[in-house]
Every structure is written in structure tokens, then in C-alpha cells.
Design a protein around this ligand. Sequence first.
Ligand code: C2E
Ligand code: CA
Ligand code: CA
Length: 681
Amino acid sequence: MLASSYNSLYVVFSLIVAIIASYTALNMAGRVSRTQGTASVLWLMGGSFAMGLGVWSMHFIGMLAFRLPIALGYDLTLTGLSLLIAIASSAFALWLVCQKDLPLARLAGGAVLMGIGIAAMHYTGMHALLMSPDVQYIQSLFALSVVIAILASGAALWIAFHLRGEGKNITLLRFLASLIMGVAIVGMHYTGMAAAQFPVGSICGAAGDGIDSKWLVVLVIVVTLAVCAIALIVSMLDARTSLLATSLDRANSELVQLALHDNLTRLPNRILLNDRLDQAIHKAVRQKSHFAVLFMDLDGFKAVNDVYGHHTGDLLLVEVAKRIQNAKRGEDTVARLGGDEFVVLIDPGEPEDAAVLAQRLVESIHSPYVIGRQTVHVSTSIGIAIFPQDGDTNHELMINADAAMYHAKEQGRDCYCFFESAMNVNAHQQLQLQQDLRKALDQHEFLLHFQPKMVAPDGPMTGVEALLRWERPGEGLVPPDRFLPLAERTGLIGNWVINEACRQMSEWHARGHGAWNIAVNLSTVQLAHPGLVEVVRDALLSNGLPARFLTLEVTESTAMRDAEAALIVLDQLAALGVSISIDDFGTGYSSLLYLKRLPANELKIDRGFVTELAQDNDDAAIVSAIIALGKTLGLRIVAEGVETAEQQEMLTQLGCTTLQGYLLGRPMSAQRLLESVQQGA
Ligand code: C2E
Ligand code: CA
Ligand code: CA
């Protein structure tokens, strides 16, 4: 056998090249798995080339390090083939480690294939020497070299798969891993070389092409390093760029979030809502379908803010937002317009869907909120507009849903209303009405009628309830429910009623009816008005009427639905010395606890119960329960709407202290009232 030796400098070079190639390969694996589509394919191709070239050039430098006492050369075609094999194995390896997972079976199969690939490259490269006679291989070492190639490939695949991420110490880890991989590849090569034996007298068929192996080594090293360096630099730049792109993306979506969402509740804001509305309109036009806009406004939110502070108010809004989101369907949009206004877009949505959701929202918002140590109550009024019948533009739908919401407020809040064209009193008409009302007030077209309140069963009269009438020229007496909801918005009439009632009563007192009491109805709007206490005090003072002769009637729903705010105002009114009466009792859903906190003196059983009252029915049971309840709370019990003698008798028996109704006296003018009293006396 020919004695062989190695150029140790080349051996060192081959090791360095192996390590650099491994590092490049690991880096490429990271890029391939981090990118997608064409970019990923390009990285796979470039990566395979860089890695394959690296592995091959390690091998080739190792070959050049090998010396025999005869001239050596390399067949170009076979050497090229070995390079192709190296690149193909690399491509396969890279592809393998960039799959989502790497189960053991696949790892093992991959290791065998890649190991055989590397061995094939090596022995093809050896064959490029074109030795004659053929190189003889020591079987055991040959087998060992293949085993090492497979094991090294397995280790390399495993490491590459686990280091493909972009973690913290990734560079250091990759470097350590490439040391191991490099040593393994080199180990395979030199084991394979050790297996080769060259009989004495062998001739290298490829010798004599004249290239100096020194220059060949330099060339191969330079080309390989250049390719690896380019691959690494591009990879690093690409990682940077994609990092930059990711952070730009993130910053961008944060900006979008900020610009299109409300800061407090994180709900979409008006801008985003407008966009969604436009989309909904396009879609509904195309599909000839419907959608609904729910305009929500909280009742009593301002009071919560005033009493408990803005912080509590904010927390309440966040909680309300959560409840709305829980109540809506997944595909509906909830937006906050600011303040305590929310909009829900139900798309697609028929009126029935809107009603169901609106009811669910009313109930959900209504239940108490525990914020810090406070329990807070608010409710919501909802207006609903349906596309296309209630408006075919974004703007129109919102305006009309808002008008319907106002209507819900006027209905006593804590409820929902569908838009009706009658609600759409435009600004011009509003102004007109306001002028009409002002004129009516100036021209004394408003007047009060008075309905007696009697000690049960039939008198004497303890006082009257003042009921507003509009004597409209050409129309006669207009009952309050025809104009009150609209008149209330102007706030003009309420104050006039309070003042006029006090004036009338003080006049009657002067005429010798000094025990009579006058009841005035307060609307929700009036109760929410900050100047109310002042107005009542002024009316009493300027007419010289002691406060105990004035009763203010507040419906149960008015008192309940703006609970905390109502409590504060009613306490202030009670402090003036006026009586508070809870009107229409039994129609709302008061909590007993709340009722106990109200500074009320009187409870008026709703007309509905009285009308239905007959022996042996539920209403009798309800009325007697209400009476028992009122007595426990120390309240006077008034039954209103008494129309028959039978009702009169039953109510008296059940324990009502005061009766009011057509049977005992219709609402009438001041003059008629005096006449009828004088007749009765
Ligand atoms: P309310 O406070 O429940 O007033 C009682 C209503 O029942 C009055 O209707 C009265 O005429 C009617 N009524 C009295 N006895 C009977 C009876 O035996 N049978 C029947 N069927 N009805 C009876 P009116 O005057 O049309 O008032 C309607 C509502 O308008 C009042 O309900 C009250 O809530 C409101 N209202 C009336 N005047 C004023 C006012 O000056 N200010 C405010 N804010 N609201 C008022
Ligand atoms: Ca009343
Ligand atoms: Ca009533």
C-alpha cells in the first residue's frame, strides 16, 4: 500500500470551513422557517446552495490535504457531481427541519437519507481521483464512516430544528451547535479517508491537469467563505428587515387601535362605527337585506358621576361596555360614541332581532353594579332605526335612532322604542313648537284642572291633584299626554305648573280652605333638571304657601330608573318640607330596599289595579299587599281611578286612606271645584 499523509494546515482549514458551513446552515434554517411563500422557497434554495457548497468544500479541502507519493488530480465531472449531491442533501435537510414538527421517525429517516447523501458525496469525490487499480476500502472503517455520517446528520437535523427560532442566546447556541456539527462532518470525512487504501503502483487517472493544489485550496476556501458570508449577511439583513416590518406592523395596528377605538372601553369609536355602517349599507343594498341601529343612552349616568366622581363613572362605563358585549351576538358591532352613548349595529337584523336584543340590553344594564364599595344603579334608553325604512344613509339612521332614543326617555326611560316618522320632528318644527308653547304660555292658554282627593270612603276633601290642560283656540281642551312629551323638552311648562298650583292653593287658603293640600306631577325631565329645588322653593315663597301643603307626585318608574340621582333631589325637596308621593305604584319594579330609602309620604296605587278590582281576583291580592307594604313603611295609601261604588267600598275595606277618581270628582277648573265644594257643604 502507498503511504499517505496529510497537510495539517489544510486539515485545520477544512474544519473551519465545516464549522462556518454548519453555522450558515443553521442560520438558513431559521430564515426558511420564519418566512413564507416565495421568500421561503428562495431562502431554501440559497440556503441549500450555501450549505451544500460548504459541506462539499470541507470535503474537497480535506481531499487536497491528502497526499500520496504519486501525482493526484480530480475529474471535473465527478467532482461536480459530488457537489450536486452535497447541495441536494442540504436542500433535503433544510426542508425537513422547516416542517412544523419533527417526530422521531421522520428525524431517523431524514438522518439516514442525509447521512447516505453525505457519504455518497464523499465517495463520489474520492472516485473523482480515477485511481487504477481501484481504491480499496477497509470494510469496517467504511461502515463506520457511513454510521458517523448518519449520526452526525441526525444530530445536525435535531439541533437545526430546535434552533430555528429567533430566541435570546440564539447566536451563541448556533455557534456551539455548528462546532459539534463541523466536528462530526470532519470526523466522517477522515474516517472515510482512513478506510481508503491505495495499492502500490496505483496511478491517478485524473492527474496532470496542472492546477496547483495550493491555489485550488485558496480558491475553494475563498469561494465557500464568500458564499457563506453573503448568505449570512443577506440573512441578517432580512431578519432585521422583517423585525423592522414586524415592529412597524405592530406600531401601525396600535395606531389603528388608538384612532378607531375608544380609550376607556376599547370599543370601536364613532369613526370605526361610521365605516361599519357604510359597509352594512352596501351589503344590505346588494343583498336586499335589513340591519338595525340601536342607539343607547344611559339614564342617571350624570348623577353617578356627580355623586361618586369621575373615576367611578369611568369604571361604570367599562362595566356597561362589558355587559353590552355579553348581550350582543358575535357578529354585531358595539361602539361608544363618547359620554354615556353607545351604539349597537345588528347586521343582519330584522326588527324582531332588534327588539329581542334591546330588551336583553335594557335588562342587563338595569341590574346593579358593584364598583369598589358602592352599589350603583343605572338604566338605559334605547332607540332603534332599521335600514332601509328608517333611513338609507348613515347620517339619517343615526339621527332617527337618536330621536327614537329620546322618545324612550320620554316614555319613562329604561326601555326601548322603534323609530316612527312622527318622532322626526325636525329642528324647524321643534322651533315652531317651542314658539307655539311660549305663545300659549304668554296668552294664558295653559290652565290647571283640579281633581279632588277624598278621605276614604267619600270625603271630606283633603286636597286636589293639579292636572295640566291646554286650551287651544279652535281645538278645545288638549289633554297633557298630547303635548307634554314635546313640551317637556323646552322645560317651560313644568315651572309654570308648580308656580300656578302654589298660587291657586294659597288663594284657596286665603278663602278659608286652609287645610287643603295640592299635588303637582313631576316628570322625569323635571326631576333631572338641576334647578328644580330652587323653582319649588321660589314658588312656595313667592306665593306664601307653607311647604307642607304641597305634594310632589313622582311616578314609581321616574323615581326608580334614575335611582341615585332621584334620591338626592327628592331628599332635598323633602328637606324643604314638601310631601313626596309615589305615583302609578305597582307598575314599575321597585326594590323594597330602595323604596325604604325614598323620602316618600304617600303611595298612589296605579289606576290599572283599581280598574280590575273585583272580588276574588289577583288584583285584590296585589292591592292588599301594596297597602300592607305601604303601611309598614308608614305611608299614606291613595287609590286613584275609582269609578264605581264597588271599588270605593273594597278599597276602603282593604285599608286605603285616600280615594281619587271620577266617582268622587272629575278634574275640573278652579271655579267649578269651589262651586262643587260649596254645593256639597
Ligand atoms: P296621573 O298623574 O296618573 O294623573 C291621573 C290621570 O288619571 C289624569 O289624566 C286624570 O284625568 C285621570 N283620571 C282621574 N280619575 C280617573 C278615573 O276615575 N278614571 C280614569 N279613567 N281616569 C281618571 P290626565 O289629566 O290626562 O293626565 C295624564 C297624565 O299626565 C297624568 O297621570 C300625569 O302623569 C301627567 N300630567 C298631568 N298634568 C301634569 C303636569 O302638570 N305636569 C306633569 N309633569 N305631568 C302631568
Ligand atoms: Ca299623578
Ligand atoms: Ca297616577
